[in-house]
Design a binder for this molecule. Sequence first.
Ligand SMILES: [Zn+2]
Length: 302
Amino acid sequence: MEKIYVCKELHTRMQKLARQYPQFIHLDVIGSSHDGREIFSLTMGNPRKVLFCTAGIHGRESINPIILIQIMEEYARAYQQKLPIQGQTDTVYELLREYGICFVPLVNPDGYEIASRGFSQIQNPKLRQELQLQDIPAKEWKCNARGVDINRNFPCQSYRPQSSGDSPASEKETKALIHLFHSCDSVGYIDFHSRGKIIYYYRQAMSGAYNQYSRKLAKYLQGLSNYEIGGADSEFYTPYSGGNSVNYYSEVLKKPALTVETVEETASFPLHTKYRKETYEEIHAIPLGILSQIADAAEGLL
Ligand SMILES: [Zn+2]
């Protein structure tokens, strides 16, 4: 639990998982970063009707990527042994026969490498040179290798340019995720971040009925994680906080899109490995839990 994983090791671990369980796990490369790192997705169960789970959009939020991989490993074992996950009545096998989970544990591999190991990890000399002119210390780096915050880059109603010359979906990482969202049918989306143990469900651009349903799901996740629920007034920190992946997904796909923020708000960056075990316990039942709720809703049980 103490190890700091480099990007390549995370990829190796996902490749191993896909090799170990080829009957129900599928590994894909969904795109690459501006510094040439591959972005991987791993789909478990039915690939035609998935829940998307992403992490690592912000470089410095460095513990969620490995935790998502550990969650996949736990689910894969439970699937094979036909066991339930904590708090669930369905077995992983039953649920993932009908639905799938598509994990993208590290959307922003360049940002992750910068925050964990410094600007020197960027191989493209031009990008590296520009990064070194920035005022922000590497360990607090949220953006990609071009200095763009991917979570402000999605085309949607709340998109605002962060600086002159900014345009929506300008980044390769953003495009990869958008392409993935449209590559198969999906039932919902959870994006994991690390700022204050809170679940945000409210989407300003969406209808009352949409938000009511999302709130029900958030309440259920609160029961699993003990996290707070962010109210309707807390969707954005500032008027410039829009353009998130969850805004895009909700507006275009019109399915629930929740943000789950792990780790206490005062934690410093990059996140200490001591948070890993506790965070894992808090969130490991979330992807399967939300899927069981969505399955119940589809059968009219919710
Ligand atoms: Zn974040």
